[in-house]
Design a binder for this molecule. Sequence first.
Ligand code: HEM
Length: 489
Amino acid sequence: MATATTNQGLYYDPYDRDILEDPYPVFKRLRAETPLYYNEPYDFYAVSRFADVERSLVEKETFRSIKGVLLEMIQADIEMPPGTLIHEEAPVHTIHRQLLSRVFTPRAMNAIEPLVRDFCTRRLDPLVGTDGFDFVSELGQQVPMRVFGMLLGIPEEDQEAVRDHVEESMRTEPGKPQTYEGGFGSAEFYEDFLDYRYEHPGDDLIKRLISTHFEDENGTVPTLTRDEALMYLNVIAGAGNHTTNRLIGWTGKVLGEHPDARRELAENRALIPNAIDEILRYEPSSTQIARWVGRDVDFYGETVPEGSALLCLVGSANRDDQVFPDGDRFDIHRKIRHHLTFGYGAHYCLGAALARLEGRVVLEEVLYRFPDWEVDYDNCRLGTSPGVRGYEALPVFIRSSEVLPWPTSRLLATLPCRSCSTSKRFARRRCGTAAASTAVIPSSSTPRFTLTRVTNIPAGSTRARPWGRAWSNRSKRRWNRRITRSRRK
Ligand code: HEM
């Protein structure tokens, strides 16, 4: 088998634009021909098979995060400020991670779902009736930023500035590595938000972050220092915004290229959670995670010396046929035990549930209005940021006004109540805030409709209205006219 030192003709350059466009042929060759790869110009090793990537993420004493999780960061050999959770090691990491997991609880995530849905509704409703939209500018750049703002209690008018700050700090010159001459990115930007929260505690993540006591490695029970809390905000903003933004872009791209899967999802929303995981596997936002090698270690009879930088090629591992049969095929029915897009082991992504939730809600709301689209390739733009791969612009043409079957019972089960946040069937009637818009359609009937056409509404029915408060009056009038027409029939 070819090894790190005999890999002539096979070159993996993480900054090469052509490889960035489609790294999968190179990944395939790396897995088959050089499972331990050494790149001389940039002086790094890379592992590409699922088992090796998984091992490198799990064995944290050997493959260390302390010098950074990006290749450039490790090579710049900069000092990490306190509070950069993702670069910390046990016991400090374990303690800080426990602290943060108390903030990212399933309860907190569930509470955020109706807000995400409401926000998507506000973005997407005005697009009904247009020829197309951009998955990134309309959704990818918006939803994670708003969610982050909601979690942290950042005022709505400042949320865009936070997003732009994150995007700017992560953008690199095409084809060039990121530089860290000034050290790790400063968290100064968040000072005002944090200080405001010290003075005016709200009910949000920042408040919990600065006020929760935890037992530290010395047995004392402090709260995070101001500097640590600032750095946490910096890390969470970077970790959560950009990556989820890219997931939403990939959703538009991948489903744009797989119309059959898209159609199936539009007809059966129960398949959406697995489809989101398949998108995460197939086109991960982070194609590689770097580690600093803490002691000499062997792969395939070759030694990777202590002090080396090792790239764990997640994008390659996720397509390894040994674990995902026919890994280059996109399949929304694939049974995925676990992929490596959110990492694995001690540093497994703390925002994974949140990212999945955002991806799912965005896709549900998109499919609800636009079951058919085509990617506008001429105007797509792939972004350049270290470790994160995805689109800065992903416009699509809306292709559909066609009718999809959608059983009433399922529709009602998925429509959340916008007032009391439950998503149970007939929730609107239960909370009594919007009883007039509750559907009373016999469950045996299966009306066929999309936003652009409604048929088969039984006489005497009132329809559940699929819009939030933000629907324009024009759209509401169009919807109501259709209902009236269908009743007359
Ligand atoms: C599609 C979206 C996302 C992807 C692909 C992603 C990916 C990752 C990966 C690969 C890691 C592990 C890095 C390592 O092992 O060195 C990680 C860690 C982390 N992620 Fe995410 N992430 C996403 C969304 C989020 C969100 C929405 C948040 C929170 C708002 C978040 C917060 C974090 C944090 C705090 C860590 C550090 C955990 C630790 O070191 O213990 N991520 N993420």
